[in-house]
Design a protein around this ligand. Structure first.
Ligand SMILES: Nc1ncnc2c1ncn2[C@@H]1O[C@H](COP(=O)(O)OP(=O)(O)OP(=O)(O)O)[C@@H](O)[C@H]1O
Ligand SMILES: [Mg+2]
Length: 296
């Protein structure tokens, strides 16, 4: 990896807190094609990290590797200092696509309680009471009490997202991973979910890793980002990573970084060697208004 891409060593973590997740030199090939190369980053407790990349950049693939659903070709992954394992209770996961059938007779609170280990294992009354309390607590934490008894398939996208977040959090994971939780939300729901994720990170002291095409909605709450392009990653704070030198190196093309009001746009420079369609990059590898999508 180039010297221009900031390394993400232990010194960048707050104090002496051990990393919740440590990804070191991870390379992944899918069907003989290298999707990720030498990706490294660490997550600290109480921090929200955005995983930014365009369609096909490898965000879901990276999550699958962290979750133990897919093996890396090279590299190591430690979760709270231990090698990752399938169905790791330390990790809560909200997948990219969840279809909740409106005909399914499942209330929001049922979905949340399904996230508890041993939910149906004939537990004693005491344990059942504790679990019910925990489910209520989580429904409250994501502000979902008012629709807790509605069929989950009938809820709006933003409401469903809250329920899925509560489902992932109810068993007290140390790391919460969400794959594009803002996709398909309108602006208001997007803001509400972003605020919620910021609050959860702070109040519960866990690490939260969120993938998105566009970093802008997450700017108010994110501490760090992992920016994926061409299979490689640049990691650090926004100030460290979202700089023309770092992103030009990552993309292998000259890019500029524009700050417009509160938004950051990553834009390919007016380089005549670039094909016309590649002269504009979207905001953080996503499409910005009036710019063409740039797929490197
Ligand atoms: N099982 C598979 N077989 C073949 N190719 C795959 C497989 N899984 C992923 N890929 C390829 O790996 C690349 C990365 O895919 P991935 O789903 O990780 O991207 P992504 O960043 O999550 O994209 P999106 O934003 O569209 O969700 C893509 O080119 C995809 O086609
Ligand atoms: Mg994906």
């Amino acid at each position: 990896m180039s010297a221009l891409v900031p390394s993400d060593g232990a010194a960048t973590l707050d104090g002496e807190a051990p990393a919740t997740l440590e990804v070191s030199g991870v390379t992944v090939s899918v069907s003989g094609r290298e999707v990720l190369r030498d990706v490294s980053f660490r997550l600290a407790p109480g921090q929200l990290t955005a995983l930014i990349g365009s369609n096909g950049a490898g965000k879901t693939t990276l999550f699958r590797v962290i979750l133990g659903l897919q093996a890396p070709t090279a590299g190591t992954i430690l979760v709270d200092g231990h090698p990752r394992a399938r169905r790791n209770p330390m990790i809560g996961y909200v997948p990219q696509r969840v279809f909740l059938d409106p005909d399914m007779p499942l209330r929001a609170r049922d979905v949340v309680s399904l996230g508890l280990d041993g939910h149906r294992l004939g537990l004693g009354l005491r344990r059942h009471a504790d679990q019910r309390r925990r489910v209520e607590e989580m429904l409250g934490a994501v502000d979902a009490l008012r629709f807790a008894d509605s069929r989950v398939g009938n809820l709006s996208g933003g409401e469903q997202q809250r329920v899925l977040i509560a489902h992932a959090l109810v068993s007290r994971p140390r790391l919460l991973i969400l794959d594009e939780p803002l996709a398909n939300l309108d602006l208001r729901a997007e803001r509400e979910v972003v605020d919620l994720l910021g609050r959860i990170t702070r109040d519960q002291g866990i690490s939260v890793l969120i993938s998105a095409h566009d970093m802008n909605p997450l700017l108010p709450v994110m501490h760090r980002l992992v920016y994926l392009a061409r299979g490689r990653a640049a990691t650090g704070t926004v100030e460290e990573v979202v700089r023309p030198e770092v992103l030009s190196d990552l993309y292998g093309q000259h890019v500029d970084v524009l700050r417009v009001h509160d938004r950051i746009l990553v834009v390919a420079g007016a380089d005549e060697r670039l094909p016309a369609g590649l002269r504009h990059a979207g905001s953080a590898a996503g499409a910005a208004p009036h710019t063409e999508r740039w797929e490197p």
